[in-house]
Design a protein around this ligand. Sequence first.
Ligand code: HEM
Ligand SMILES: *[C@@H]1O[C@H](CO)[C@@H](O)[C@H](O)[C@H]1NC(C)=O
Length: 676
Amino acid sequence: MPSSLVIAVVALVVYCVVNTYVSFRQNLDRAKRSGIPYVTVPVYYLNRLWLLTHTLWLPLLAKLPCSWTRWVDFCIPDFTHRCSIEVFRRVGADTFLVVSPGGIMMHTADPAVISQITTRRNDFPKPTDIYRSLDIYGKNVVSTEGAMWRQHRKATSPPFTEKNNHLVWAESIDQASAMLASWLGPAGKGDKTVDRVMDDTMRLSLYVISRAGFGRKLEWPSTDAKADVDSDYIDHSKIKNQGIDRDAGHSMSYTYAIHCLLDNILLQFLLPRWLMDNLPSKTVRKANEAYLEWGNYMKEAVASKKESLEAGAEDQDQLDLLGQLVKGQVASKKSKDVTLTDPEILGNMFVLILAGHETAANSIHFSMVYLALYPQSQRALQKDLDRIFQGRPPSDWDYDRDLPALFGGMVGAVLAEELRLVPPVIGIPKSTWGVPDQQIMIEGKSCTVPSGTYISLCSSDVQRNPRYWPTGKPTLPGGKPVHPVSNVDNDLEEFRPERWLLDDEGEVQISAAGMNKEMPTETVTSDGLAINEAADTSDRMYRPPKGAYVPFSDGYRACLGRRFAQVEVLATLAVILQNYSVELAVDQWATDEQVIAMDEDGRVEVWQKAAEHARDLMLNGLSVIISLQMRRGHVSMRFVPRGQEKFPDDGDEKWKKKHPDLCRGMEPTPNWRFWG
Ligand code: HEM
Ligand SMILES: *[C@@H]1O[C@H](CO)[C@@H](O)[C@H](O)[C@H]1NC(C)=O
């Protein structure tokens, strides 16, 4: 019988090869007819096997001659962000197709193309298949398309009101004050090194959305968070053994449940529920328990909101997001409108947490890293805070008066610039899945996007595309280009918030009326949906061409929480930086005593080492699971009273003057094997 087995195997292999080849030829023909530039590759980037195993292949592929492996550049997850705009320059176009046997992808860093796609909602739907894992509690506004999405969007938009933003403002100030206090050393002298800035900003934004989303106030943990959180967990299996009815109470505190749910988010997405119920692993059991418990808390919250709304016991003006969603449900009982089911309310609450907590946290974290790397911009930001607040304590800060000033000044510019360089969604997914071929204008020419194409709007590339942004000379921080191959002859890879300020002085004159014009102007379309046409930045700032700046996406499916996020980030940065400066911690290279004993030259040298480390992490240490985040190492920081900074603001220039020899002839790092 071995011979028939061999024949079967050979037949299977031949079948696969022929099949792959035929699909490839078909895709190639469609790409040729499209009129859009294309590159060909042997693997489909969305292929699960490739996504899971590519890191194993890369070292082997790196041993092959360069000319055989050029395709690899186009198949590595997040390659458009890693290579930056250079990848488009290399293909010679701002929009190109990647053709493989498994399918066609389109990448674009062309503002006009991005604009057409975001405005033609029905022609370029979201590839909803890839969002399915978000449905763990129920369908929601992120994971749906078409009529179902319209219903979710209509139900989830009303809660995002100015009233709710006041709540976000107050809660952000409160939590940021607690976070800052936890970072300051004894007596606030700034001699404490903080390694967990990212974790803490994640905690902050989670707490802000808990309060402004579900009306649940969470207190910043006093000492060691993990310890007090874990004591709240009662092992489910033990309860079962002792015959205690779990429904009688909760096995986890709310805080622990939500942390545990989010910490294990990949397990929640990847493992089917029945498997999680039965796997004999403590991590999986806890993760599953957290899933159930957070759901239980939410169900209770929905039930009690419903009760008090029906009893007329809620202040209609003070409702949080959950209150608003449930209000929609209660109201529609009377008016027969279609509204969300209970699982759909849960589904939406979950994605609001997911969409809203990591993104805003990243913005605060990366802003702080950049401000530590660019002390002169930090000083300008602090001067602006002095102008706005005149030393007033946060208890006297006022949303209506102070937020517009923050938004139109250096703090707003820092957020705008941070989101330009590291937008949390670096490839906004669109598609032509389930729709026919689509005509589109590319560089003045009518082209065809083939049906079934996965489209990535490359926000981080279009946002540093020198064809659409004013450029300056590179300042070469640390004597090197920020990116080894991209935009090496201009400053678009560099953090320069000042580029947003129309006034060269960095002094911005703002009137309190500044933001009224800025408040989202909603255009309600014929199908009853609102699109927010206000710009992402203050009208006092540089306005990039339409489609060239899309950190919050654009059009119908733009971010619902844009204002929510802006309020949270601006308030938090203001609290931290009003009286304190953020500096890079240099513990790895020198002790406090050594630093104190150093002259200015010595301090500049040691700061440069810390800066080199931070710059390397910003270049090579970011990757995406939910959003673009620092996943390799961390940047340690210190928070010192203003005026007591240890390192000179212009250390970088001083260092470059002293080491002109090290500032020339830059070698691409070995990591760039596939990009060189
Ligand atoms: C700096 C912070 C944020 C950034 C940069 C950001 C960015 C984005 C982007 C790019 C999208 C489109 C995603 C896609 O098409 O797949 C999006 C969608 C969304 N965002 Fe945000 N976001 C932020 C914060 C928030 C916050 C705080 C919330 C809620 C509290 C939120 C809620 C949503 C929702 C519900 C959607 C889906 C809208 C729809 O598809 O109709 N976001 N956001
Ligand atoms: C900063 O200092 C001023 C003056 O001492 C004080 O009123 C204010 O509350 C402080 N700000 C913060 C955010 O703690």
